[in-house]
Write a protein that binds this ligand. Structure first.
Ligand code: MCA
Ligand code: AMP
Length: 500
């Protein structure tokens, strides 16, 4: 049997069942979705995309965009999603690295993207807008809905998602059909999904949380999603009575708690709220329970392994803990030499399991560094296991900043800052932020004493996606360093944390 994720989905959803409902009520059935993916797959094949090729996609969220993801999988090609907020310079890096056979972008950006795609040697450029229009749609309209889905082995790569660049450059995590479908099956069971569920889907489609974790639960149980293009607390509150499940990042919950209308009545039909991608404060969790009667189910995941641990559907959901390893996941806590630590002690989290990536796209050295000699994946997270197997995360082994669920790699921002003429050097850190959990802060040593924060932000805009821009800029005479010359970010964090 084919391990193609699309074949697994197509085998279980009832064709007449709802796949997506728009906010205003327009409805897509699974049959609509399957026919659309067939037309897109035929159109992509006619544009020269073959099995194993990469298809880079930078488009707004829509049911059509989700159909495009599944069409790429049907073709046996590899989906490479990109954040629409990425600047042309950032997109250029991804196009050069992924070397896609086709790039699908928003028609609004096509004037900039066409020369960029040509310069990067991308053979085909197609467009798709938020309403499903564009050259991809034009070409697909002339194509049949039937398409013979590629036979894929479970190890065949389905998607490449760019993540964690400690050296300033992001690396592409390889996710196979088997990685994704095993996690989807385990989650659907762990979280009790049935065809009667209606998932309120408000996450972006270019990260694992929205593209895989949330949407796969609906697809693998043949249930419906209500799609919102982005999170807006008042619209989410208004739609909650139509939903049974909401999946979010902690910022969703802190913003919902700011609305006086959040209470048991608004949540009457919801059976499950989940949170992940960043730490959910125990106080947020408790405040949500006090207001709604619901305990948010916190789980822990990572692009390279999808969902790793989860609090239980039935049983104790422990505020401050990310729960127990998901079915099929082995988890251990080790010291810096990869030796298991005593029970209860804090150490590095390492995992094995069917959803763990086999490595990074064209980066054998980074792949080798990510695994221990006996095959455990190094998550880079620090945590401790309780006697009864609940994991508590206490931090990360890297300087990564997670702002509102988006990862920001300090090095990437520092490289752009340091290249500004008036800047001598810089250090980028995460500081606590009520809304975003953590916010990006820049600590700058000036060469030009007249350079101010506004001028710096103005210079960064256009070079970095908006979510990477520092929310604060602090000027210092010199950066604190240790004897080896390494910048002491812990000192900077201690100095500037209360200032945000
Ligand atoms: C938007 N901005 C941000 C962020 N999002 N700045 C910092 N951090 C952010 N997360 C920028 C906007 O571009 C805008 O810039 C300005 O901040 C104000 O935007 P605002 O309206 O407040 O933002 P928003 O559009 O409401 O977005 C906030 C958000 C969003 C809803 C929290 O960031 C979001 O949907 N986050 C989810 C991220 C996610 O899905 N992560 C999953 C990673 P300007 O004014 O200059 O235009 S996957 C993962 O981590 C693993 C697998 C896991 O476990 O799930
Ligand atoms: P990403 O690289 O976007 O996949 O982000 C993965 C990282 O997000 C993990 O390595 C953790 O550091 C963090 N993360 C995900 N879920 C949680 C959670 N529930 N609590 C704390 N951190 C989390």
């Amino acid at each position: 049997m084919s391990g193609n994720l699309f074949s697994l989905v197509a085998g279980r959803a009832a064709p007449g069942a709802t796949f997506v409902e728009a906010e205003a009520g327009a409805r897509w059935t699974y049959a609509d979705l399957f026919a659309l993916t067939g037309r897109y797959a035929n159109a992509l094949a006619a544009s020269g995309v073959a099995p194993g090729d990469r298809v880079a996609v930078q488009v707004e969220k829509s049911p059509e965009a989700y159909g495009l993801y599944l069409a790429v999988l049907r073709l046996g090609a590899i989906y490479v999603p990109l954040n629409p907020a990425h600047t042309p310079a950032e997109v250029e890096y991804f196009l050069r690295d992924a070397a896609p056979a086709a790039f699908v972008c928003d028609p609004r950006g096509v004037q900039t993207m066409r020369p960029l795609a040509e310069a990067c040697g991308v053979p085909a450029l197609l467009t798709l807008d938020a309403a499903g229009g564009g050259t991809l749609a034009d070409r697909a309209a002339a194509q049949p809905g039937a398409f013979a889905t590629a036979i894929s082995a479970p190890d065949d790569v389905a998607a490449i998602l760019y993540t964690s660049g400690t050296t300033g450059r992001q690396k592409g995590a390889l996710l196979s059909h088997g990685n994704l479908s095993s996690n989807a099956e385990a989650l659907t069971r762990a979280w009790g999904f049935t065809p009667r569920d209606r998932l309120l889907h408000v996450l972006p489609l270019f990260h694992a949380h929205g593209l895989f974790i949330a949407a796969h639960c609906a697809l693998f149980s043949g249930s419906a999603m209500i799609f919102l293009p982005r999170f807006a607390a008042d619209r989410v509150l208004a739609l909650l009575p139509r939903a049974t499940v909401l999946m979010g990042v902690p910022t969703f919950y802190t913003r919902l708690l700011d609305l006086p209308g959040l209470g048991p009545e608004a949540c009457r039909g919801v059976r499950l709220f989940t949170s992940g991608s960043a730490p959910l404060l125990a106080e947020t969790s408790r405040a949500f329970t006090a207001r709604t009667g619901h305990a948010i189910l916190e789980r822990y995941g990572m692009t390279e392994a999808v969902v790793i641990t989860s609090n239980p559907l039935e049983g104790e959901r422990r505020p401050g803990s990310v729960g127990r390893p998901l079915e099929g996941v082995a988890l251990r806590i080790v010291d810096a030499e990869d030796r298991p630590v005593p029970p209860g002690a804090v150490g590095l989290v390492q995992i094995r399991g069917p959803a763990v990536t086999r490595g990074y796209w064209r980066q054998p050295e980074k792949t080798a560094e990510a695994f221990t000699s006996d095959g455990w994946f190094r998550t880079g997270d620090l945590g401790a296991l309780s006697d009864d197997g609940y994991l508590t995360l206490v931090g990360r082994n890297s300087d990564l900043v997670i702002s509102g669920g988006f990862n920001v790699y300090p090095k990437e921002v520092e490289l752009v800052l340091d290249a500004l003429p008036g800047v001598a050097e810089s250090a980028v850190i995460g500081v606590p932020h009520r809304d975003l959990g953590e916010a990006v802060a820049a600590v700058v040593v000036r060469r030009d004493p007249t350079l101010d924060a506004d001028a710096i932000l103005e210079a960064l805009r256009g070079r970095l996606a908006p979510y990477k821009l520092p929310r604060r800029v602090h000027f210092v005479g010199a950066l604190p360093r240790n004897a080896m010359g390494k910048v002491l970010k812990t000192v900077l964090r201690a100095t500037f944390s209360s200032a945000s």
